[in-house]
Ligand binder design. Structure first.
Ligand SMILES: Nc1ncnc2c1ncn2[C@@H]1O[C@H](COP(=O)(O)OP(=O)(O)OP(=O)(O)O)[C@@H](O)[C@H]1O
Length: 254
């Protein structure tokens, strides 16, 4: 059904080489508003590279990226974030001594161009603090809001990464293995949170655990050797012979 919706992010013939290695090969994808898409593929298929091209961390050799109707191919990472395209921050960029409430408040202030005014009395940041708390609450982190981040269980630290990304008010959220390092029995809970994010946010996530992918993705993009092998509904991906061959003998179960 989501496919009837407005396309928020689109790439057209996106290509990238590292030396002689074609890591992204004419990738064309379209994310509808509110989607929950998974990007899967064997190790080295080019999944992270594709995310890095979309966010602007890497420059494509050719092709284009559109956010809404705007061509953002030449835009900086920060300009893309301001336009509503963001990814989760890696764990080592969290501030271990800040509380989630302080960190998300800072992110809200940053979005509003007020991060340099933190010397002002707390009362001057009331709206930012309220928004930060509401964001934490919405993803189940209210009880952890005032504890130092370094004392939080790993699963909650990964949720904080999502809260920090939400503070940028994304239209598109790219999640590169959001449950990496989280015990298997906790990763489903983390994906429940991702599934329940506001319905106008489009989500593309990379995930290796096929049980999680089939449970939470509305549609799956299969990347092989830098190119899209198949984009389809979970059931079609599960039964596709080519996908089975790609994963066969690699320890994955599709
Ligand atoms: N900066 C780089 N310079 C040269 N080669 C690179 C660079 N980054 C990635 N590669 C190579 O590009 C290919 C794709 O890497 P990428 O990390 O995008 O794959 P992936 O699908 O995300 O893999 P994984 O599932 O293992 O994380 C790999 O062969 C990798 O070794």
């Amino acid at each position: 059904m989501t496919d009837q919706k407005e396309i928020v992010l689109r790439t057209d013939s996106l290509s990238k080489k590292f030396g002689a290695l074609q890591v992204t090969n004419a990738v064309r994808l379209a994310l509808p508003r509110g989607c929950r898409y998974a990007l899967i593929g064997p190790n080295g298929a080019g999944k992270t590279t594709l995310i890095n091209l979309i966010t602007g961390q890497l420059k494509p050799d050719s092709g284009s990226i559109f956010l809404g109707g705007d061509d953002i191919t030449g835009k900086s990472v920060s300009a893309r974030v301001r336009a509503g395209l963001t990814r989760t921050f890696q764990i080592n960029t969290l501030f271990p001594d800040l509380t989630p409430l302080e960190a998300v408040t800072l992110a809200v202030c940053e979005r509003e161009g007020k991060a340099g005014q933190f010397w002002q009395p707390l009362s001057a940041h009331g709206a930012a603090i309220d928004e930060a708390f509401e964001t934490l609450k919405s993803i189940g982190l209210a009880a952890a809001a005032t504890r130092p981040t370094r004392t939080l269980p790993y699963g909650q630290q990964r949720l904080l990464e999502i809260a920090l990304a939400l503070a940028t008010k994304p239209r598109v959220l790219l999640l590169d293995e959001p449950a990496a390092g989280v015990p298997k029995d906790e990763s489903a809970a983390l994906f429940e949170v991702i599934a329940a994010l506001p319905s106008d946010i489009s989500v593309l996530f990379i995930e290796h655990d096929m049980d999680i992918v089939f449970k939470f993705a509305s549609r799956i993009i299969v990347l092989v050797a830098g190119g899209v092998l198949l984009e389809a509904d979970p059931e079609e991906v599960r039964t596709d012979q080519r996908v089975r061959e790609v994963y066969l003998g690699k320890g994955h179960h599709v």
